[in-house]
Design a protein around this ligand. Sequence first.
Ligand code: UDP
Length: 490
Amino acid sequence: KQQQQKPHIVIFPSPAMGHLIPLSEFAKRLVLTHNFSVTFIIPNFGFPIKSQKSFLDSSMPKTIQVLYLPPPPPLADVPSDADPSFFVITAMTRAVPALRDSLKLLTESTRLVALIVDVVGTDSFEVAREFNLLRYIFVPLCAMSLSLLLHLPKLDEGAQAHGYSDYKDIPDPIKIPGCIPIRGTQFVDMLQNRNTHTYKLFIYHTKRYNLADGIIVNSFLELESGAFNAFADDGEDGSGKKPPIYPIGPLLQTRPISGNDDDVECLRWLDEQPRGSVLFASFGSSGTLSQEQLTELALGLEMSEQRFIWVVRSPAKDGASGVHYNAQSINKDDDPFDFLPKGFMERTRRGGLGLLVRSWAPQIQILSHGSTGGFLSHCGWNSILESLVNGVPLIAWPLFGEQEMHTEMLTKQFKIAFRPNKNEEDGLVGREEIAKLVRDLILGEGGKPLRQKARELKEAAATATSAHGSSARSLVQVIQIWKNHETVML
Ligand code: UDP
């Protein structure tokens, strides 16, 4: 009887919004197009996950079930110098007994075939095996990030042998299979220092990636062919045999995350602008600038004399340019517009050239609007994919995380972005530099090759996800495996 039921998939994600968004889109695709049923099982992190909860509650169709696990017992043994990522990753592990209880219940009533986890969820694999479930890792990142993760144990051995405790001290660029070489300073922050607790957890999880039955990546073959081809060279790089890897991207959010009433005004304003004339400036869901950098950006946009929409966020209190938006560094009650240079708002409004938005904008709709011609971005992977799908060239302004690495790819590999130079004295990107790059990107000669390349990649992305494209084919492959999987009757 069970074999006649719809195949059922359980997704066990980590809490980052940049991960939840593509995973929820993936789930919707499975349910609406491929006749699966899906349950999200959300680990309890011991702190409020309000934004995640409201996102899941509002964006999931009724047919997708969301279960919230109870809190695990308090952590008694957490090192005092551990960072927030350590808590999140540890919480995923400690949620495994509660996950087992939920899986047990689900196997009694559904035809459960596979468990999909995030990049740090491999501790749930043993439980999945108990219930004869297939085990998959969903990587909401680029193939280069996956290549780095798969190669990390090997890199770690090399760094150990040469006595480097931090990748930033390695003088030569570091080779990641199939990818452009990058410097240790361009590694994602969490993986820079080999002595941190979080780094050690990553080493532990990445060594377990070969336990997976497959790895699903939100990128596409034609975009990162080097990395994808290198995955196929099993073991040649010394990192051992890898599970099959399925590029299924670009997978973007289909419904914009609603911000505020300004959304409508913003889109109406765009309707009135000439084609390809507007620069969209935004630093993702959490990026902020220092007060000094905010001022330079404002004046640079003004000097460029180009049209723009800028998502303004209050500056970080600690003054660093480009720190994470968090409760300690910024006061959420501040009005971001209070931090703009004197007279800037009035001049912008009067001139009609620019539109300022507080904290959040309907990014997907802005990038897909014909009036948008450029994107000044912090270079989160979702933002990059959204820009690429719409053929919009970028100014790459990395702040943290994988964004340095993405910038290297955008400027040197995909060749669809400018990177602004920083002043030597104060480390800021000056207003003249900003003005020059914005003009060049939107209408200058220098931006022509970028605009052309962006159009080509738009085509390539559309082809990859079209009926017989590379991403569509690899999605069908993995879906067939899930549909054919025999479940064990309990
Ligand atoms: N986003 C948005 N409006 C904003 C800022 C961000 O809709 O004002 C969306 C954006 O479209 C993207 C996601 O939030 O889908 C940000 O993900 P990304 O990976 O680019 O960066 P992160 O926020 O994870 O650093």
